[in-house]
Design a protein around this ligand. Structure first.
Ligand SMILES: [Zn+2]
Length: 277
């Protein structure tokens, strides 16, 4: 168990290096080797899984080690950006961090299921890059619990889109893999093609260049304009780092007449440096 945990904790560094060097097939090979698919399988001999299928689904078949190292978040952080506050101070409804007070986001609320740390990263990266869509039900359940109030209030759930070139190489949009079952589960409308990413993410360049690129990265489609006007949207993404992506999405949604936007993500990076994406 300990050895496996060491391998998991090393995963992000290996993934990052391999993305640069060898592309996605190599990444998938390494992840498959050190992070076997049966990790999420249920074990009928495990009395917890066997006796309590709902709890087993929550654990998702994760080892107790991994489960224990994920820091799940509740309402302890900023209402607007889900930034966890030091010491776990509870702000209460509507409480905002200093950053959101000085420069509010165009969306109203954010909920994150967990903190983006080594343990959650070791689950999210394979989900993003290595065809581990089998993890989607687990993440859907996490977000469903963390963002229950937001989802109950909304009319329609929209995933943050990928650029077509990335969708082509990954074959699926990880945000959509969560947003779609979430909408089904909560009996909400779902719109996969309302937002379009018209510029791919750039990882090189200065922060200013990356932000400028992101500002013009999204547009609302004709179908989106028809179905989103006047409605309350929950925007779903995997990781909230600086909020620049969901900010850019929200601006075009508001320009298209969306009434309110809330954001639901798997994980919140406590700082940009922690994200390591
Ligand atoms: Zn905030």
């Amino acid at each position: 168990m300990d050895n496996r945990w060491v391998a998991l904790s090393e995963l992000p560094a290996k993934v990052k290096g391999l993305i640069a060097d060898n592309g996605r097939n190599a990444v998938r090979g390494v992840i498959d080797a050190i992070y076997p698919a049966q990790m999420l399988d249920r074990d009928p001999h495990d009395p917890v899984n066997y006796a309590a299928p709902n709890e087993a689904m929550m654990l998702g078949g994760l080892s107790a080690d991994t489960w224990g190292q994920i820091r799940f978040l509740s309402d302890e952080g900023c209402d607007m950006c889900a930034r966890p506050l030091a010491g776990g101070i509870y702000l209460g409804a509507g409480g905002r961090c200093e950053g959101c007070t000085l420069k509010p986001f165009p969306f109203t609320r954010t909920r994150a299921a967990c903190l983006y740390g080594e343990a959650s990263k070791s689950l999210i990266l394979p989900f993003k890059h290595a065809d581990r869509t089998d993890m989607a039900p687990m993440f859907t359940q996490w977000i469903g619990r963390a963002a229950a109030e937001l989802i109950a209030d909304c009319d329609i759930i929209v995933p943050v889109p990928l650029h077509w070139s990335r969708l082509w190489s990954r074959r699926y949009n990880q945000a959509a893999e969560i947003a779609r079952p979430l909408a089904r589960q909560y009996d909400k409308d779902y719109l996969a093609d309302g937002l379009r990413r018209v510029r791919p993410t750039i990882r090189q360049g200065s922060k200013v260049e990356r932000e400028r690129n992101l500002k013009a990265a999204f547009m609302v489609t004709l179908a989106g304009a028809r179905r989103l006007r006047g409605r309350h949207v929950v925007l779903v993404d995997d990781v909230f780092t600086t909020g620049a992506t969901v900010r850019a999405c929200s601006k075009v949604l508001i320009a298209a007449g969306v009434r309110q936007i809330d954001v639901a993500v798997i994980a919140r990076a406590a700082s940009e440096a922690d994200a390591g994406l």
